[in-house]
Write a protein that binds this ligand. Structure first.
Ligand code: SF4
Length: 334
């Protein structure tokens, strides 16, 4: 059973130089309310732990077919090692037992072809893991970034982490799609966080088609953040067939500029966030790539895009220039 101060985490990545200032440790929370067709972390979407199998690393030793593997792996009709899908309940439908069986199965594999995405960690365990790199944070102006999945879906443990890390004087950043219920962000507004917010589209119908989500909920949260004077960095995935057109990109840039202007105009914004300096609002254009295709295969899911798709550099540079003319500092590639 998950205690209030436990989280389901699918990765803790050290020494990142993206997703915030300086050297950072990224804590990836499992579970997301959206189903973006281009998602780079498909193993983050479901809340429960999942088994992944990468046949490229399999040496065909059959260890995972032993009884200790609880029947989670088998040879398919072609004689190849594969995950049994759907993953069978092991003894009971109890998720904890299934998780233990997944871990046991992964532990049998000598070549790390099998792994489990997602494990329960207490707030204390997460803090201890992150603080191993404290010296790098202090020397580089870095800190910890909460990502996912959607970290705000696990707001209880997340708030405890934010409270603890800010209490330790560590810089905290929150990478979020903001597709979360009203009021969820309120307790986090008491802290000086950098909000790395996804800005995917401004047309509700297209947004729903591409992500399965409700744009008005996202926009309500964005406007609440801006109204609070929060430091926001906009992250715009540029996706073929979704928003790689002038109309979509024009709407996104104009909306980001409006939010940035709202945030900057709030009394106390500069003083509370960055001493006397007003920080130029930043927006990253993140061009589509297909590096996650192998993860979809490992989860037994089809990859939804044709291989080799890309967004042209000229398109990105054109809209970077347009964003700069609106007063935004634009990065390409994040
Ligand atoms: S234990 Fe690992 S390497 Fe051996 S057959 Fe199973 S997946 Fe392949």
């Amino acid at each position: 059973m998950l205690a209030a101060m436990d989280g389901i985490i699918f990765d803790i990545q050290r020494f990142s130089t993206h997703d915030g200032d300086g050297i950072r440790t990224i804590v990836f929370f499992k579970g997301c309310p959206l189903r973006c067709t281009w998602c780079e972390n498909p193993e983050s979407q479901a809340t429960k732990p999942e088994l992944l199998f990468d046949p490229r690393h399999c040496i065909n030793c059959s260890s995972c077919l032993q009884p200790e593997a609880s029947g989670l792996m088998h040879r398919d009709a072609a004689g190849r090692i594969a995950i049994v899908r759907p993953v069978p309940a092991t003894g009971s439908a109890n998720a904890r037992i299934s998780h233990a069986a997944m871990e046991a199965t992964a532990g049998l594999c000598p070549s790390l072809a099998i792994r489990v995405a997602g494990r329960k960690m207490s707030a204390g365990e997460i803090i201890a893991e992150v603080m191993k790199d404290e010296i790098f944070f202090r020397n580089s102006g870095g800190g910890v970034t909460f990502s996912g999945g959607e970290p705000l879906l696990q707001s209880g443990v997340l708030l405890e982490l934010v409270r603890s890390f800010t209490g330790l004087g560590l810089d905290c950043a929150m990478e979020t799609c903001l597709a979360i219920g009203p009021g969820t962000i309120e307790p986090f507004l008491d802290f000086s966080l950098t909000w790395l917010v996804d800005l995917k589209h401004t047309d509700a119908r297209v947004f729903r088609e591409g992500t399965g989500g409700n744009l008005s909920m996202v926009m309500d949260n964005m406007e609440r953040l801006a109204d609070s004077g929060a430091k926001m960095v906009f992250r715009v995935p540029v996706i073929p067939g979704f928003n790689d057109n002038d109309q979509a990109m024009g709407g996104i840039l104009a909306y980001a500029a409006m939010l940035a202007s709202m945030a900057q105009s709030q009394q106390g914004f500069a003083g509370r966030q960055h001493g006397a300096a007003v920080v130029k609002p930043h927006l990253d254009l993140l061009p589509y790539h297909d590096l996650a295709a192998g993860k979809y295969a490992a989860l037994g899911r089809p990859y939804p895009y044709a291989r080799g798709l890309s967004v042209s550099r000229a398109f990105l540079e054109y809209h970077a220039k347009a964003g700069a003319e609106l007063g935004l500092e634009i990065g390409i590639g994040g």
